[in-house]
Every structure is written in structure tokens, then in C-alpha cells.
Design a protein around this ligand. Structure first.
Ligand SMILES: *[C@@H]1O[C@H](CO)[C@@H](O)[C@H](O)[C@H]1NC(C)=O
Length: 275
């Protein structure tokens, strides 16, 4: 599944590039928001138990190092960055080993375990999405003082923004709550999350972002963790979850279509067909 996601991302990046006129086809930076699917090490720097800086994570990474990526090797943004002719790994914003010179061509604000809903990030004390945006604002300030207003603004508007988030809202939050304590029906919760997603896109658009790739939810009922822990299903995929993911993607696809019409100059592409 990880490999399918990588391919979906790469196809999308290529698709975005062909839509953009030749004169500005070069993407100067890759900027990443989201959860463990795209976190390249931010959680190492915060107080949470949700970390991956130990073996067997990273055993296929360049020097077998567990970087804080939730993967045996590189993650999708790293491959996309390389595919765009940028760095072969996207540095985590909170990693003190990197500075603004590194971040000028790519930076990751993602935090494993986070979600669209503030309550999701609170479960494991990770960075809420609004905090990722706060760091992105700080990054813009640093980029402007490093490169000057004009060059920094060019990077901000021409960069490709990758967003991968939403699974944890269901798996680490909604479905962990006893049925009686749930404030929303699944349908209502999906709508609530879609509203937050749209606000997020609008927020970073107002801050200058233009080219975005929104990764839809994967069929999370087939995640090994779910198949292992939900014994009732006897290690098979949990179809109920896959349906939730598919419905969420359908709704998000409609929202992305609206955002593309409403926000002048934005290009949001979505990967919604993988479920
Ligand atoms: C999440 O928390 C932030 C910071 O407190 C707040 O600004 C934002 O409105 C909250 N989002 C939602 C959807 O409640």
C-alpha cells in the first residue's frame, strides 16, 4: 500500500507539472503538512510517545538510520522531492540538524498522529494542524530574511504543497471513543473534518500557497495494525472503515472542486481514487 501511495503521489506531481505553463514549470520547493504518512522526523523533537527513531524503522534508509520516518526507508515526499530534481529527502522543520538554507528547497511540518480535528492531536500530544501552520508562518519569515522578499515570495507561490492527513481522526479518535460519547454521526464527523480541511487550504492560500496536492484517505480498514488488533474481523480488512474512507474522499473531491473555482490562481489536485 505504501508503494501505491508513492506512485499515486508521483503521478499527481507529474500531472500538476503538465498543467503548469513551461515558463514556470520548475518547482523550487516541496512543502509538506500532515501526519505519519509524511512526517520526516518532527515528532523526535516534541514530547510524545509516538516516535519512530528506533529500529526496525529506517533499516533501508540511506545509512540504516531511524530518522523519525514511520517507514523502513524513505517516505513519499522524499521520492517526490527527488523526482522534482530537489533533495532526495525532505528535512523536518524541527530537526536542529537543518537550517533555513536546507528548508529553502523543501521542508516538512508534519507530525505523526495528528489529524484535522484538534482533539486527534491531543490524544498522543502531537502537533495539531494549526501548529503546523504556525511553524509555516515562522518559516516564511525566516525565508524572507534569508533570501529577501522577492525570492522568498517566488518560492512560496511556486512550491508544491503536499498534504496527507485524516486517517488518525477516525482511527485514533472517533472510533476509539465509546459509541455513547461520540458527538457526531460518521456522516457529521466527515463533514466537520471536510470543513477544517477547506479552512486549512484557504489559510495557506492566503499565506501565498498556490499548488497543492491533497492526498485522499487510504483504505485504512486494511492497515496491518487494524487487521491485527480488531480480532473480531479475523485479520481481514475492516470494510466499514474502507467505506468511511471512500465516502470521505468523495466529499473531499467535491470540496476540492469548489476550492479550485473559488480561490483565484489555486491548483489543488487530489488523489481520491485509491480506495
Ligand atoms: C483548533 O485550535 C486552535 C487553537 O486553539 C483554534 O484556533 C481552532 O479554531 C481550533 N479548530 C477547531 C476546528 O475548533
Amino acid at each position: 500500500m505504501q508503494r501505491n501511495r508513492v506512485l499515486a503521489f508521483l503521478l499527481l506531481a507529474a500531472q500538476l507539472l503538465v498543467q503548469i505553463p513551461e515558463s514556470c514549470a520548475k518547482v523550487p520547493a516541496l512543502i509538506v503538512f500532515g501526519d505519519s504518512t509524511v512526517d520526516s522526523g518532527n515528532n523526535n523533537q516534541i514530547s510524545t510517545v509516538l516516535k519512530s527513531n528506533f529500529q526496525p524503522y529506517g533499516r533501508d534508509y540511506f545509512d540504516g538510520k531511524a530518522t523519525g520516518r514511520f517507514s523502513n526507508g524513505r517516505i513519499a515526499p522524499d521520492f517526490i522531492s527527488e523526482g522534482l530534481g530537489l533533495k532526495n529527502a525532505v528535512p523536518a522543520y524541527l530537526d536542529p540538524a537543518y537550517n533555513i538554507a536546507d528548508f529553502a528547497t523543501g521542508v516538512c511540518f508534519a507530525s505523526a498522529g495528528t489529524g484535522l480535528d484538534n482533539a486527534t492531536s491531543a490524544v498522543l500530544s502531537v502537533m495539531p494542524l494549526w501548529k503546523e501552520v504556525e511553524y509555516y508562518k515562522e518559516y516564511q519569515t525566516r525565508l524572507r530574511s534569508y533570501l529577501g522578499e522577492e525570492k522568498a515570495n517566488e518560492i512560496i507561490s511556486e512550491a508544491l504543497y503536499l498534504i496527507s492527513i485524516g486517517t488518525n481522526d477516525f482511527l485514533e479518535n472517533y472510533y476509539l471513543l465509546p459509541r455513547k460519547l461520540r458527538k457526531y454521526s460518521v456522516n457529521e464527523y466527515q463533514n466537520f473534518l471536510i470543513g477544517i480541511a477547506a479552512d486549512f487550504v484557504t489559510d495557506i492560500y492566503k499565506l501565498g500557497a498556490r499548488k497543492m496536492s491533497w492526498s485522499g484517505l487510504s483504505p485504512f480498514g486494511c492497515l496491518p495494525l487494524e487487521r491485527t488488533t480488531q480480532l473480531f474481523y479475523g485479520s481481514k480488512c475492516i470494510e466499514e472503515y474502507n467505506i468511511v474512507a471512500r465516502d470521505f474522499n468523495t466529499k473531499m473531491e467535491v470540496k476540492v472542486y469548489q476550492l479550485n473555482r473559488e480561490l483565484d490562481g489555486i491548483i489543488v489536485a487530489g488523489v481520491f481514487k485509491s480506495v
